[in-house]
Design a protein around this ligand. Structure first.
Ligand SMILES: Nc1ncnc2c1ncn2[C@@H]1O[C@H](COP(=O)(O)OP(=O)(O)OP(=O)(O)O)[C@@H](O)[C@H]1O
Length: 547
């Protein structure tokens, strides 16, 4: 799409002043419109923005419903990260609420140095645009992957930055609900910028200053490895759920992998509920109590942020001017730390705090116990199962279709990905999620396990050679294959979901790929996959399936 072809048509409606700025009623009406006319937007200082104000560059991030692009403001030559959300998917997947939440929570948090700033929002007929502060030094995850165990000084410093950013969020009545290394970015100076507030919870004003342990009803959002037990057992969230995720992130920085991990969400959830995590013997002594004290099932048993700041792990941290300090260089942890026999540690974190902190902890706990019984705190709720059991009848022509060579524009768009004797026989927009291989007879993920599968929007291409390729836009908007399976390989098992005709699974040795059709093409895909899996290549020669 040539964004510059959209000349600005400005009407100065201040989006921040108008809570319904994104006219979602209009989103659904407009999704079928292929023309892209820019719509008004403004920021708090009043300048109106649209796509024509930016030169768009590389895709720098890939979310479930969004792509994040680098963009340069044509007037100021400042660089931004623009999150582009596809209205069609948002409406179809019922995510409108989350789009509002992201904008509203970021607006509330604007200005704190540890949180990515939202400068402008605007839309055209097909997309919503969030102009964000650009964090050019990537995600915390990439440094964990690179160094595996991060040096103590960095872990301490960044843990402090993350904690003080969480403290600020909480003081504004916002629970992030999806803290993880992918959502912690680094700016030019290697200070953190927390992002992705799409699943944040905005507390009613009267609860903004509630104690960390107060729970609130919550939908199942977040990422399996980082969710706190109260979400799984009570469908509830608290500020201390963010503290739980914080401990998971700190653990991952020093141990290399999250404390609760497994091949699929079900395994991870079991570990979380059993508090089943390892403490490698060579962990620095000061860090262990942090995990022991935070990984508690009851929110009231976890330390508050004020208490955490007094842990010996944070000794020497100057909290007031963290974001003005020079961060220690991120490095690999040198093997010069002490051996700590974990079971000799005191059972309670209180012994790890100063007397003053213990006193303030007691006071906080006392007030927490009042608020815990306050109206609005959540008693246990039945966990919902959103899996749609409704089965849909196949169309009348099912099973009779012949394979056709699409020869559509889509073919031309993707043809450079394949050799000249390979052609696309079917294509579809899908959501792709990875999970553990499914044993025979086991059911498709459902309920909360299904909700925590991370979906990625992809285009699925099936070729006459039996190739099943998933493509997306990569750097410089270049179309790339980011996963492919050879359907001729006998070890690849294709399983269709009897309860949901849109869903099928490609079962491999080490993982399974769950594919969900989003383009209404499910039966066609099913037929073609059946044929590719069972048929010979000859049945896909161009001549035999031309329309
Ligand atoms: N301000 C930014 N500066 C630089 N990169 C960014 C910025 N915001 C987001 N990104 C990149 O884009 C990725 C996706 O962004 P974000 O997490 O906001 O999208 P999302 O759709 O909510 O993702 P997901 O579905 O994975 O939660 C981030 O992990 C990051 O790599």
């Amino acid at each position: 799409m040539d964004l510059d072809q959209n000349r600005v048509s400005v009407s100065a409606l201040p989006d921040y002043a108008d809570p319904d700025y994104f006219d979602y009623g209009a989103i659904s009406k407009q999704t079928s419109v292929h023309r892209t006319s820019p719509k008004h937007s403004t920021d708090h200082i009043g300048s109106v923005k649209s796509t024509t104000d930016y030169i768009f560059g590389d895709i720098i991030g890939d979310g479930s419903f969004s792509k994040v692009k680098r963009a340069t403001d044509k007037r100021s030559w400042k660089e931004y990260a623009v999150k582009v959300l596809d209205k069609r998917y948002i409406v179809k997947e019922n995510k409108v609420k989350y789009v509002n939440i992201e904008r509203d929570s970021m607006m509330r948090l604007n200005g704190f140095p540890g949180i990515a700033r939202l400068f402008h929002t605007f839309q055209d007929d097909l997309k919503l645009y969030y102009v964000l502060e650009y964090a050019p030094n990537g995600e915390l995850l990439q440094y964990i992957k690179k160094y595996r165990f991060l040096n103590e000084a960095s872990v301490q410093f960044y843990a402090a930055e993350i904690l003080s950013s969480i403290e600020f969020m909480h003081s504004c009545g916002i629970i992030h609900r999806d803290l993880k290394p992918e959502n912690i970015l680094f700016d030019h100076n290697m200070h953190i910028k927390i992002t992705d507030f799409g699943t944040a919870k905005i507390l009613p004003p009267k609860y903004a200053e509630c104690p960390e342990s107060t729970t609130f009803p919550s939908s199942f959002v977040g990422t399996a490895e980082y969710v706190a037990p109260e979400l799984l057992s009570k469908q509830a969230v608290s500020k201390s759920s963010d503290i739980w995720a914080f401990a998971c992130v700190v653990y991952q920085m020093i141990v290399g992998s999250p404390p609760f991990h497994g091949r699929d969400p079900g395994i991870i959830f079991r570990k979380i509920m059993n508090l089943e995590y390892d403490l490698p013997k060579l962990l620095p002594a000061e860090i262990v109590p942090l995990f022991n004290c935070i990984f508690r099932l009851q929110t009231s048993d976890r330390p508050s942020i004020q208490e955490l700041k007094h842990f010996s792990f944070f000794k020497g941290i100057s909290w007031k001017d963290l974001f003005f300090q020079s961060p220690p260089p991120l490095q690999h942890l040198r093997p010069n730390y002490r051996h700590v026999p974990v079971n000799s540690l005191p059972p309670s974190y209180r012994s790890n705090m100063t007397a003053a902190a213990a006193a303030s902890a007691a006071a906080a706990r006392a007030s927490a116990s009042i608020v815990r019984h306050h109206k609005g705190a959540v008693p246990s709720q039945k966990m919902g199962n959103s899996f749609n059991k409704k089965s849909v009848s196949p169309p009348a022509h099912y099973g009779q279709a012949t394979l056709r060579n699409t020869q559509q524009p889509i073919d031309r768009l993707y043809k450079t990905l394949f050799s000249s004797d390979e052609s696309i026989v079917e294509s579809s927009s899908v959501f792709l999620s990875l999970t553990a291989p499914m044993s025979e007879g086991s059911k498709f993920p459902s309920g909360i396990t299904k909700m925590f599968l991370k979906k990625r929007s992809r285009v699925l291409l099936l070729t006459n050679t039996g190739r099943c390729a998933f493509v997306t836009k990569g750097k410089n908007d270049k179309i790339v294959i980011d996963g492919e399976i050879n359907l001729n390989d006998p070890s690849v098992e294709v399983r269709f979901d009897d309860n949901n005709p849109k869903r099928f699974l490609l079962n491999l040795d080490k993982q399974a790929w769950i594919v969900e059709d989003t383009s209404g093409n499910a039966y066609r895909l099913r037929e073609v996959i059946d044929k590719l899996k069972n048929g010979s290549r000859s049945s896909f020669d161009r001549s035999s399936y031309e329309d």
